[in-house]
Design a protein around this ligand. Structure first.
Ligand SMILES: [Fe+2]
Length: 387
């Protein structure tokens, strides 16, 4: 009997602890991994919010020696990764703990890759380029969105070329994700909206991805249901612990889905925007979302109908054009209810930038799993619509 290997699906995930207080087990895990000295990676915003000291005190109480590296900007640069590697080596570290959003987590992955493999971080661009196993990674996310804590992606900014590179490898799936909804208390409303919308995009892109499968579908649909059903309520009641827990859970499930099913044109185009113009990732995704759904719709009509139904829309008796219109209206409504109504022009994108942005986006690996095949001109049109 012959088998079509293009139908095979693998599923990779870290060990995950979910729930309020999960971050407190950081010291136990560090000990289990034989911590001699821990490198704690974070950024200035997370430090100001108190989470670096929170994790540091837990490590201190258990007598675990550690040093802190916080020189990480949003859209982490390759030179920051390399500076982190020098710091890691100078201090003789053997374990990496990251606390923060996508930027410190991706930077921590980069530090792990280079400390074990030796070359420059930008040499590891692409799929499965990492040979030597990297040091144990224990991640504590403080946003409910990026899911670098469960994913096999690291996105690093090549500041010289003004492009984001994607590193995709099982080697960068953290060993442990301590997913603690307590940490999202300190997000400001804009960050909460951007990261929550990023999580919704992860789930939608994973569900319509050409690499989706039964395991990723299950997590993607549950994530869509959780985010669609709780994100607007959370915007109105940001202190509600139950709502924060539901969104954190939705984000984690979306992360498990996209880490394994990969993404699509929203992320390919958003990586290009983030690398070229240094714009916030979640905001770029938010602006592009309905335009990419509209572009992709005809290539995944049945799947988008399931998404519409999962978002609570009644599709009975409607044809595909009507379902599409209803889904697009709901996406725009959700965005507006959490304060995301920007267009690309308002955040500094000019018509003259679009050819460059499109040229970079079509090289992004996320475009390979987009349900509709796209060339440079297709991508330009979608950018123009989002302008
Ligand atoms: Fe994302």
């Amino acid at each position: 009997m012959s088998h079509d290997i293009s139908n095979l699906r693998k599923f990779v995930a870290p060990e995950m602890i979910f729930g309020a207080g999960a971050r407190k087990s950081v010291a136990n895990y560090a000990k289990t991994f034989g911590a001699r000295k821990v490198l704690l990676v974070s950024d200035p915003g997370v430090e100001a919010a108190g989470w670096v000291e929170d994790v540091s005190s837990t490590l201190r109480e258990e007598g675990i020696d550690h040093v802190t590296f916080t020189q990480v900007s949003p859209n982490p640069r390759s030179h920051e990764v390399m500076a982190g590697v020098d710091f890691y080596r100078e201090h003789g570290c053997n374990i990496i703990v990251a606390v923060g959003g996508g930027s410190p987590m991706d930077c921590a992955k980069g530090i792990g890759i280079v400390s074990a493999n030796g070359r420059h971080i930008l040499d590891y661009e692409g799929v499965d380029q990492i040979r030597a196993p990297i040091p144990p990674l224990i991640f504590i996310p403080t946003t409910a969105g990026t899911s670098a804590d469960v994913s096999q992606f690291a996105i690093i900014n090549d500041e010289a070329e003004r492009v984001k590179i994607s590193i995709v490898s099982k080697a960068v799936v953290p060993d442990v994700a301590l997913v603690d909804p307590d940490t999202t208390q300190t997000m400001d409303p804009f960050l909460r909206a951007c990261t929550g919308l990023d999580a919704l995009v992860h789930a939608i892109e994973a569900f319509v991805s050409t690499a989706s499968g039964p395991m990723t579908d299950m997590f993607a649909l549950d994530a869509i249901r959780l985010i669609n059903g709780n994100l607007e309520q959370l915007a109105a009641n940001p202190a509600d612990p139950k709502l924060r827990e539901q969104i954190m859970l939705g984000s984690m499930k979306a992360g498990l889905a996209f880490s394994n099913a990969i993404l699509g044109a929203v992320h390919a185009m958003s990586h290009s925007l983030g690398g070229f113009l240094d714009l916030p990732h979640g905001l770029c995704n938010s602006i592009l979302l309905e335009h990419v759904i509209s572009y992709n719709y005809s290539a995944a009509t049945d799947r988008f109908k399931i998404i519409a139904e999962t978002m609570g829309l009644d599709t009975r008796g409607l044809n595909a054009t009507e379902v599409k219109a209803r889904l697009l209206a709901r996406v725009v409504e959700l965005k507006q209810n959490i304060g995301l109504y920007q267009k690309l022009a308002e955040i500094g994108v000019r018509t003259a930038d679009i050819p460059t942005l499109s040229a970079k986006a079509i090289k992004d690996p996320c475009l390979l799993t987009n349900p509709r095949k796209s060339n440079r001109r297709d991508v330009e049109v979608v950018y123009e619509e989002a302008l």
